[in-house]
Ligand binder design. Structure first.
Ligand code: PLP
Length: 400
């Protein structure tokens, strides 16, 4: 499906046609996105917002159109609630720092889950340390499903924010975030969703979810690296202090006092990645042209097929078997280190990721050092999964 839109896929690695199964780490970029970046630098590159000259106005216009495209993509009520960042990591750091400095106090709690990416653990740990607050962690069960009883027990009046992933990058689990948001809101607690692994696979509607914050990265959804989004409800963003100081985020500066710009600029200090923002807009238009439902259906079929194939291989154990998953399949191989397996699989032209996937607490809980992870995008095929299966058999033959 639309595989030819991705020029990078048309190459041989180690003498084999490239099979790219590392989409959870970053997706490949379609020609339209590559072209949009090149066009930006060829024809309208300019610094935005403060220029009266033609190029600056044109770049500003394209930048703000991109913001509106993203607003509509996630159904945000206002473009002012769409803040550009460098990615999910920066979005979460922004919220942890800015929300945390304002609303977290001694003995307060931040509730996360055991399946979080380090990007949704460490920023909260840092602010909790500073504020003498406590990081509370809800468990997942043996299938990799969030334990909602544990979650509800740990959600308390002390919980000042819930920060949880929409989809686990290691287990593939889709968390019941709507239910989580309802439970938290019932006691007045805001919820931040780490959507890094969700936006390219699932329809995200921030008004329907009613989440307070939603974070994601462009590079995991066919857009350039170095650009991401932090959506936040205006009521919170207006109550939070700026994250960084500098140009663009100010209204007026004197040596005695600075007043801050309105949303969204209050959170966008310095020159933004204009070309990458335009690349993100192009990627979203590209996704829309295919249809996120069609993407989801295609990826789900790949997941089902891969699951069937892998679960029949002797010595292979799938890690993460929740009922609701996106197209991520993590597995371990009996008596074979994940790194050695990844090395041989790569030699057979298949790019998978090995290791802890920035989720060391998951590995500790499961008492493993890492997994081999294949993550699919809609441009992957069943034949490529067959190639992975052959590579796994080869690995067994060589290393068992
Ligand atoms: N959260 C999850 C669930 C992720 O999978 C990732 C990246 O893999 C991140 C956060 C961090 O994203 P980025 O490195 O793009 O900031």
């Amino acid at each position: 499906m639309n595989r030819n839109d991705f020029p990078i896929l048309d190459q041989q690695i180690n003498g084999q046609p490239l099979v790219y199964f590392d989409n959870a780490a970053t997706t490949q970029k379609p020609e339209v996105v590559i072209q949009a970046l090149a066009d930006y630098y060829r024809s309208i590159n300019s610094n935005i917002h403060r220029g009266v000259h033609y190029l600056s106005q044109k770049a500003t216009q394209e930048f703000e159109i991109a913001r509106q495209t993203i607003q509509h993509f996630i159904n945000a009520p206002s473009h002012q609630e769409v803040i550009f960042t460098r990615g999910t990591t920066e979005s979460i750091n922004l919220i942890a720092s800015s929300f945390g400095h304002t609303f977290l106090h001694e003995n307060d709690e931040v509730l996360i889950s055991e399946m979080e990416h380090h990007a949704n653990i460490v920023p909260w740990q840092m602010i909790c340390d500073e504020k003498k607050a406590k990081l509370v962690v809800a468990a997942f069960d043996e299938t990799g499903t969030l334990d909602m009883n544990d979650f509800q027990q740990k959600l308390s009046p002390k919980t000042k924010i819930v920060a949880i992933s929409h989809v686990s990058n290691t287990l593939g689990t889709i968390n019941p975030i709507k239910q989580i948001i309802e439970l938290a809101h019932a006691q007045g607690t805001p919820v931040m969703i780490d959507g890094a692994q969700a936006v390219s696979h699932l329809k995200v509607d921030v008004q329907d979810l009613d989440c307070d914050f939603y974070c994601f990265s462009g590079h995991k959804m066919y857009a350039p690296m170095g650009i991401g989004v932090m959506y936040g409800k205006a009521q919170w963003l207006n109550a939070m202090p700026p994250y960084q100081g500098g140009g663009e985020m100010i209204k007026n500066v004197t040596f005695e006092k600075t007043t801050y710009n309105e949303l969204p600029f209050k959170f966008e200090a310095g020159t933004p990645a204009v070309g990458d923002v335009i690349g993100l807009k192009t990627a979203i238009n590209y996704i829309n042209s295919i249809g996120i439902e069609n993407i989801a259906q295609c990826e789900n079929e790949l997941l089902q097929y891969a699951t069937q194939q892998l679960q029949n291989i002797d010595g292979v154990t799938i890690i993460g078997t929740a009922e609701h998953k996106t197209s991520i399949i993590s597995f371990i191989m009996k008596d074979i280190h994940h790194y050695d397996a990844g090395f041989i699989i790569d030699k057979m032209g298949v790019a998978v990721r090995t290791g802890h996937h920035c989720t060391q607490p998951i590995m500790d809980k499961l008492k493993i050092t890492g997994t081999i992870r294949a993550s699919f995008a809609f441009y992957n095929t069943r034949e490529e999964i067959d190639q992975l299966v052959r590579a796994i058999f080869k690995t067994k033959e060589m290393l068992s």
